[in-house]
Design a binder for this molecule. Structure first.
Ligand code: SF4
Length: 84
C-alpha cells in the first residue's frame, strides 16, 4: 500500500475536521419525557431515575444526525451539543 491509499482510509471522526460531537444533558431540566430516547435510541436512554443519559461520548459520526434529532425534540431544551 502507498501513503496515498492510507490517506483515503482516515479515521471517520477526522472527516469532521478533527472535531468530536458531544451531547450534554442538563439533568436539572430533564423531565423524563423520553422523546430523545424515542428519536435517537442509539444515543439516549433514560436511567432508573427517569433522567436522560448519553450512551455514546463522543458521538460517532454515524450517529450524529440521530443525536441532533434527539436534541431537537426535547420539549424543555435539556439537551445541547458541543464540539471538542
Ligand atoms: S426529551 Fe428532554 S426532557 Fe425528555 S427525557 Fe429527553 S432530555 Fe429529558
Amino acid at each position: 500500500m502507498t501513503g496515498r491509499t492510507q490517506a483515503l482510509v482516515a479515521h471517520p471522526e477526522q472527516a469532521q475536521g478533527g472535531k468530536l460531537m458531544r451531547v450534554i444533558v442538563d439533568e436539572a431540566r430533564c423531565e423524563g419525557h423520553g422523546l430523545c430516547q424515542d428519536s435517537a435510541p442509539d444515543v439516549f436512554e433514560l436511567n432508573d431515575d427517569g433522567v436522560a443519559v448519553v450512551l455514546v461520548d463522543p458521538v460517532p459520526m454515524a450517529l450524529s444526525r440521530q443525536a441532533e434529532a434527539g436534541v431537537r425534540v426535547c420539549p424543555v431544551a435539556a439537551l445541547s451539543t458541543a464540539e471538542s
